[in-house]
Design a protein around this ligand. Structure first.
Ligand code: GLV
Ligand code: MN
Ligand code: MN
Length: 418
């Protein structure tokens, strides 16, 4: 069967292009959660839901939902979702492709007058990307009951309290102390996403069926040295926090490389965010804030890395006579995708004659949290050069259309409609 009969490429193109315009003008493509641009994107999605005739709501965790209700008067629901927020200077497809694809699936079901035995929902999961509170996947964690008071009460550097922002956008943060009751009605959570890696492109494959998503943790390191005059303090009298940070960053990179080689499984660690205080050319850096982002499919490898870092901090404290602290910011465990859904994904790919392969994700996704509480899985489509989280990120509309057809067929399979 031709996948083009199950997807609408001009509809997909329109969605991708319209959302690309909703960016910070001087920093494409930037649509940070809770920013004006993010609210505009939510308005855009609201209008799309309206024009499809869906029931619209925002749940307690601030997820924006468009629901096609089944005539069977059931609470069972199949969810197709991803995210509209981006990283700073990110791309046009990460998350966005999944939301637009979900809209296209629902549009197909409506246009073909298909009666489903379950409700079908499209979700914009609130704030998937790492935010200024040091947490990602706000909406998906909220559904699963994985947002605790410590996270919800965090205040970011602009003085914003996370739970207040969730409430402002229509959520109810007081009801997020456990999983949302709707999880018992979830038949399946599905997500299309760009691969953000090169496996599909290199192997000339059309669809990646995701097998697993790694554990992800982020750790905040504070280094306290001594600020001073850059012209007068002698070299042997300095406690330069940035010099200490440099040694730590090189160590993070080298121990991660070593562990990834010996564990022979996905293991990566990055220091991508660093704040220098006071950040002036004439002042010796007095303090540093940095974040270590760590992803691993193996808990043993993760523990080994964190032990190494803790020992390194003790060593650096002595060597430089400075103060070092490490705090855990966020954690998401390693999770495997639902095997039954993956079998159906394979069947859908075969139905359209699309080449596919089971693939392990390197990135985190909303579906990782949903898979902890409900049947869930996702598919990847190729993206150019594996590039993502940058403006060069690119996926072919045709590839999004292929993935959309696969998800549509899977929804029909779940409904036992052939
Ligand atoms: C999500 O984009 C992640 O950081 O993996
Ligand atoms: Mn994403
Ligand atoms: Mn992302």
């Amino acid at each position: 069967m031709d996948y083009k009969n199950y997807s609408d490429i001009s509809f997909i193109k329109k969605g991708i292009n319209e959302l690309a315009k909703l960016t910070e003008p001087n920093r494409p493509y930037t649509r940070l959660v809770f920013s004006n641009e993010f609210y505009q994107a939510r308005e855009w999605l609201h209008k799309e839901y309206l024009s499809l005739g869906l029931s619209i709501s925002t749940d307690e965790a601030g997820n924006l939902i468009g629901l096609l209700e089944s005539k069977l008067n059931t609470d069972n629901v199949v969810i197709i979702g991803s995210h509209l927020d981006t990283v700073p200077a990110g791309g046009r497809y990460d998350g966005i492709a999944g939301v637009v694809s979900g809209l296209n699936v629902i549009k197909y079901i409506i246009e073909k007058n298909i009666e489903l035995p379950f409700n079908l929902a499209v979700y914009d999961y609130l704030g998937e990307e790492l935010n200024s509170w040091g947490v990602s996947c706000i909406g998906a964690r909220g559904i699963g009951g994985f947002l605790n008071k410590d996270i919800l009460n965090r205040i970011d550097s602009y003085g914003r309290v996370l739970c207040q922002e969730i409430d402002k956008i229509g959520g109810d943060s007081n009801l997020l102390s456990g999983p949302l009751s709707k999880i018992k009605n979830i038949v399946a959570c599905l997500e299309l996403h760009i691969e953000q890696g090169k496996v599909l492109e290199k192997n000339n494959l059309e669809i990646g069926i995701v097998r697993s998503i790694p554990n992800i943790s982020r750790h905040h390191v504070i280094i306290k040295g001594q600020a001073g005059h850059s012209g007068t303090v002698l070299m042997n009298e300095r406690v330069d926090a940035l010099v200490v940070a440099s040694e730590l960053i090189i160590y993070v990179n080298s121990i991660a490389l070593e562990i990834s080689m010996e564990s022979n499984s996905h293991f990566v660690a990055t220091v991508g965010k660093i704040d220098v205080y006071p950040n002036s050319a004439t002042i010796i850096p007095g303090a540093i804030d940095l974040t270590i982002d760590l992803r691993s499919v193996s808990d043993i490898a993760r523990e080994k890395f964190l032990d190494g870092i803790k020992n390194k901090l003790i060593f650096l404290e002595k060597k430089y006579e400075c103060e070092l602290h490490i705090n855990d910011l966020a954690f998401a465990p390693y999770v495997e995708m639902d095997k039954k859904i993956n079998l159906l994904f394979k069947k859908s790919c075969d139905y359209f004659n699309l080449s596919s392969k089971l693939i392990d994700s390197g990135a985190g996704h909303d579906t990782a949290h949903l898979a902890r509480v409900a049947p869930a899985s996702m598919i990847f489509i190729p993206c150019k050069g594996g590039l993502s989280h940058c403006p060069e990120e690119f996926a072919k509309l045709d590839d999004i259309a292929k993935g959309t057809a696969v998800i549509t067929k899977l929804v029909l399979g779940l409904a036992k409609i052939n």
